[in-house]
Design a protein around this ligand. Sequence first.
Ligand SMILES: COc1nc2nc(N)nc(N)c2nc1C
Length: 308
Amino acid sequence: LEQRVKELHQLLNEYGHAYYVLDKPVVPDSEYDALMQELIDLEERHPDLIMPDSPTQRIGGAVLPGFSKVVHDTPMLSLSNVFNEEDIREFDRRVRADAGDVTYVCELKIDGLAISLKYENGRFKQGSTRGDGTVGEDITTNLRTIRAIPLKLTEDVTIEARGEAYMPKKSFMTLNEHREEEGLDVFANPRNAAAGSLRQLDPKIAAKRNLSVFMYGIGGEGAAYGLDAHSEALDYLDRLGFRTNPERRRCKDIDEVIAYIESWQDRRQDLSYEIDGIVIKVDSFSRQEDLGFTAKSPRWATAYKFPA
Ligand SMILES: COc1nc2nc(N)nc(N)c2nc1C
């Protein structure tokens, strides 16, 4: 019996990772659903076999009275913005003045809300919003309902991952259609819909909102995991089981960055999620250290914003 439960955990985690994290289903939905139902039945008959990281435990029971506060180990900063090619080249000049020639990483800037996910010995422990950058809200129960967030990592590491929770465009359209039918206010955009969903005190509501995430960094010192560069940190997050955005690109100079940005000017409407810009980051962690931070933003990163 325990053996079958373990086997179901393994299968459901593997199939769930393929479907929700890699967007590459390996079994038909009907097979996944049948295995999930088998595990639900087994756990109902033998509650002693229910483990906290069981795939059935994503939707917590109780409605929360409110959200408790979480003080971030390191502040969740904001990004400076640039709006045109001149700004981008000015950013590059300032970077090279202090750090010399650098390689950049460009990432799509997902139009969602920033979250922090903390894991202890490979198990999801706490998830929170950015809040004011220093203190956020504990939304662990809601984040557990997001299938793209692993409850258990492939390694027993203690780590904090940071990224963006968002609502795909299709889910946003469907949600607003349902709200209109029910005479409820519609959400203005997917970002508001995602934020509103994660601010629900009843996890059953968040669970129905089809939210997803793209993780974009490690909280604290990436070097602590033997990593020398941001691109390596993203590959490490992949290996641990997190969902990262596949459109990221290492650029050897600012001309390549500008070409990458131009390539997304129009292509972005083909994406299944909304982006509001492109984030440009210096790749090497030691070059990032040379550059440091202003009071509220890293000097080694900036966000190019698309015209509204
Ligand atoms: C290093 O700090 C950051 N990195 C980021 N990366 C991406 N892709 N998107 C963001 N919104 C973002 N925001 C911040 C503060």
